[in-house]
Design a protein around this ligand. Structure first.
Ligand SMILES: Nc1nc2c(c(=O)[nH]1)N[C@H]1C(S)=C(S)[C@@H](COP(=O)(O)OP(=O)(O)OC[C@H]3O[C@@H](n4cnc5c(=O)[nH]c(N)nc54)[C@H](O)[C@@H]3O)O[C@H]1N2
Ligand SMILES: Nc1nc2c(c(=O)[nH]1)N[C@H]1C(S)=C(S)[C@@H](COP(=O)(O)OP(=O)(O)OC[C@H]3O[C@@H](n4cnc5c(=O)[nH]c(N)nc54)[C@H](O)[C@@H]3O)O[C@H]1N2
Ligand code: SF4
Ligand SMILES: [Mo]
Length: 752
């Protein structure tokens, strides 16, 4: 849908006035310059803010918040500064190849030559070692149509399940958490819950920097309703804790004890919701053995507030208070992100958050929900829902399940037995297999692994060894150094496709301008590549992204992901629709699993809630003991190093680094260190400080601040000149295989 300028101004006058964070940056080009407005979604985070792109002639000139989407016209600074990214000087506009191996220079070639160069290497790899010699490494930033298509090409076309991507580094633990507890992935709540919640329990999420527009909504809610309580549990005193009634500092990696401690207090003081858990919950231990409620209580006996204080460092009465606020509020909403997921016990930590909701009944009603925040704009819709990971198939199906494989083979029109029963390599294993030569050719799309994988010194070997074909928009992405072929990708509003954000909301970005230079939409690149690489053309009968959406929507029909009602036409009109949405007249779902709200629950269901993800309708409270992180601090490496984000940069800064306002705010990496530690080590602000881990050592300027608790140091990971991931191990969660980027041990000392 395009808007005339007049319509736009009419719709958004109030919203623009509110656009406090986006405001100043918008002044540069001014609304008067845009001739039309094209609807889309912000390129960056999993908040999924709606945008309107202002176009003049053949150029995009301005970005504004969509007043009709959940963000009500607001954008954060980086969202409002997307225009200069499109026109960055290092945009890749021609196909590039390295003819003479990794050390030779990249040369401009025709599309045909680049595609054939890549395809021939894939054909050779498959011929010499079989289908598992090739792989796809994708992204939660790729469009849904791209991920769905790549998944189909690799799993049904090449016949390998080596399809993984950066959501493995990000949301895998949340996925496994929802699956183990509820039997189905994706949250049951939405952002609407923010307006009814009276307790926000924010754990391991720096919402204010990583999901700024959601944070604004929480802050506003708190301001207008003083009874609302905000609890922030994080080993750093981040900007998010600015609005907290209670900030719980704890030793990194001890969340499991804290969460069990809160459950202990809730049951001890009978603050649980007996009727709720008797009706809907079963109890299970780590081996999947059923347990009784009494056994669960006995298990929690180990987590008295005093014991929790010993493990976590949180004062016992803080544990008591947090439990009481959570249990006794009228509606508690938990929000979490990488502080919980990027952990060797990330899945367990997810389960323990769900436990708190299930024993108190804070679920299935407005404002009460365990709502995992998604990082990337399309990790939910594009990767989790389409099943573009090594163990998954579309719409909640699993590679290991014969029935599921048969269903997909039938739908895709390929012979039975086409889809391999063995799971593919998860990310860390994939790069290991590339280094060993087991995987010989990889197609990398919309992600920058040479910067973001853990234990980089080890895993860049995979990129050095395997043949790497990749899509990219920007020349300065670290992975380009390892590429054998670079396909120039149309960027964001130069093409069209659907994103699905945190709240199960699908929204369409429409094409606003032409792809720059010779760049092309990635669905086109994937189809041309697949055909040259020998994939049966019958598998890829599409003219464009809209055709792929049509197939995917049809496939969802009758599944627990049903969004058959979300047609392309509806997406053009609406600013996002939340699934389940089985019919074209269905408005979308806010409270999943709730009778009368979720269309997949029969209207005459005997219970007000139906957890249809599990066969018996009963969801699971797990008895998960506390376990320490993989590499806690010790006598030789006495500090914990943690990594994460800053508000003004997106991951590897290939985009935000091009915007002067953002670059100026954070020009380069640094290390945050607590004043007590700094004093002991004679470190002052700006001093060069060495971080030395078991893998490597690097130097950063010090920021002496009480953000980190004593014993903890923090580095952001956006800076390609300081690749902090060289310091990290690559230990992963046993179930989700997500790496523990949040904790490794390190020495800290002033550079001599
Ligand atoms: N500005 C900006 N926003 C982004 C992104 C970006 O690059 N830049 N990326 C997006 C993506 S993909 C993601 S995944 C999200 C990530 O969003 P967040 O997870 O909110 O951000 P992080 O900075 O990775 O880490 C979150 C917090 O985890 C805390 N933490 C560290 N160790 C522990 C621990 O042991 N326990 C607990 N409970 N917490 C701990 C850190 O102190 C930090 O405050 O952000 C999304 N939004
Ligand atoms: N130390 C540390 N490491 C981490 C994390 C952490 O917390 N700490 N977090 C992890 C997490 S949660 C995540 S999600 C990952 C993110 O890691 P990555 O996905 O590797 O990082 P990005 O910078 O988002 O990479 C996106 C790439 O796609 C390119 N690109 C941008 N737009 C387009 C487009 O339209 N088409 C194409 N084809 N390419 C495009 C960008 O230039 C960039 O090179 O990092 C992980 N690594
Ligand atoms: S909060 Fe996220 S989606 Fe919204 S404008 Fe900012 S970066 Fe974009
Ligand atoms: Mo992420």
């Amino acid at each position: 849908m395009t808007f005339s300028r007049r319509e736009f101004l009419k719709n958004s006058a109030a919203a623009v006035a509110l656009s406090a964070i986006g405001g100043p940056a918008l002044a540069a080009s001014g609304p008067q310059t845009a001739e039309k407005w094209v609807k889309g979604v912000c390129r960056y985070c999993g908040t999924g803010c709606g945008v309107l792109v202002g176009v003049k002639g053949d150029k995009a000139v301005e970005v504004r918040g969509d007043p009709n989407n959940h963000n009500a016209g607001l954008l954060c600074l980086k969202g409002s500064l997307l225009i200069p990214v499109i026109y960055a000087e290092d945009r890749i506009t021609e196909p590039l190849i390295r003819r003479g191996g990794k050390k030779s220079p990249l040369e401009k070639v025709t599309w045909d030559e680049a595609l054939e160069f890549a395809a021939s290497r894939f054909r050779e790899a498959i011929k010499s070692k079989g289908p598992d010699a090739v792989a796809y490494y994708g992204s939660g930033q790729a469009l849904t149509e791209e991920s769905y298509l790549a998944n189909k090409i690799w799993k049904a076309g090449f016949r390998t399940n080596n399809v993984d991507g950066n959501p493995r580094l990000c949301m895998a633990s949340a996925v496994a958490g929802y699956l183990t507890t509820f039997g189905k992935d994706e949250p049951m709540g939405t952002y609407n819950d923010f307006d009814s919640a009276t307790c926000f329990f924010i754990i391991g999420s720096n919402t204010s920097e990583a999901h700024p527009i959601l944070f604004e909504r929480i802050a506003k809610r708190k301001q207008s309703s003083p009874e609302v309580k905000v609890i922030v549990a994080d080993p750093r005193r981040t900007n998010t804790s600015r609005i907290a009634d209670m900030h719980i500092f704890f030793k990194p990696g001890t969340d499991l004890a804290l969460l069990n401690g809160m459950a202990h207090v809730i049951l001890r003081d009978e603050m649980d919701n007996n009727r709720f858990h008797q009706r809907y919950v079963i109890f299970m231990d780590n081996e999947g053995k059923p347990k009784t409620f009494e056994e669960y209580k006995a298990f929690l006996a180990d987590y008295t507030p005093a014991k929790v204080q010993e493990i976590t460092g949180v004062p016992a009465d803080t544990v008591e208070k947090a439990a009481k606020i959570f249990a006794e509020s009228s509606a508690s909403l938990s929000l979490w992100c990488m502080g919980i997921n990027q952990r060797t016990r990330g899945v367990w930590a997810n389960n323990l958050i769900h436990n708190l909701h299930l024993i108190t009944g804070h679920i299935g009603k407005k404002g009460a929900s365990p709502l995992s925040l998604t990082g990337q704009p399309n990790a939910c819709g594009g990767v989790r829902d389409t099943g573009s990971l090594a163990h998954l198939l579309p719409a909640g199906r699993m590679v290991a399940n014969e029935q599921h494989r048969k269903e997909m083979e039938k739908f895709w029109g390929v012979p039975e037995g086409t889809i391999q029963p063995k799971m593919g390599h998860h990310t860390v294993a994939l790069f290991e297999a590339m280094a060993k030569g087991d995987v010989q050719a990889v197609f990398i799309h919309c992600t920058n692994p040479a910067h973001t994988l853990p234990h980089l010194n080890k895993h860049t070997k995979g990129l050095e060894t395997a043949f790497v074909a990749m899509t990219e928009c920007f020349m300065d992405a670290e992975t380009v150094k390892y590429a054998d072929v670079v396909f120039p990708a149309a960027f964001w509003c130069e093409t069209e496709g659907v994103y699905g954000c945190t709240e199960r909301r699908y929204a369409l970005t429409e094409q606003a301008i032409k792809p720059m230079g010779n760049s092309r939409p990635v669905v086109q690149i994937l189809m041309d590549f697949a055909q040259k690489a020998g994939v049966d053309p019958k598998l890829i009968p599409y003219k464009n992204a809209a055709d792929i959406w049509e197939e995917w929507r049809t496939l969802s029909k009758g599944s627990p992901y049903d969004f058959y009602g979300i047609t392309r036409e509806r997406l053009k009109k609406a600013s996002g629709i939340k699934w389940p949405c089985p019919t074209e007249d269905h408005p979308g779902t806010n409270l999943r699993y709730v009778r009368g709200e979720d269309p997949l629950v029969p209207k005459d269901h005997p219970n007000p809630i139906s957890f249809y993800g599990r066969p018996d309708g009963k969801v699971v409270v797990y008895l998960r003991p506390h376990q320490p992180p993989f590499e806690p601090a010790d006598a030789d490496y006495p500090f914990v190093l943690t990594t994460g984000r800053v508000i003004d940069h997106w991951h590897t800064a290939t985009m935000t680094g091009k915007v002067p306002e953002l670059k100026k705010a954070y020009p380069s990496a640094y290390v945050e260190i607590n004043p007590q530690d700094a004093a002991k080590l004679n470190i002052r602000n700006g001093d060069q400080v060495v971080l030395e881990t078991k893998r490597d050592k690097m130097t950063f300027p010090a920021r002496v601040t009480d953000t980190c608790m004593p014993g903890l140091v923090f580095c952001p990971f956006f800076d390609k000149n300081k690749l902090v991931n060289r310091l990290f191990h690559d230990a992963t969660d046993a179930a989700s295989r997500e790496p523990e980027y949040k904790i490794c041990s390190t020495k800290v000392y002033k550079q001599a």
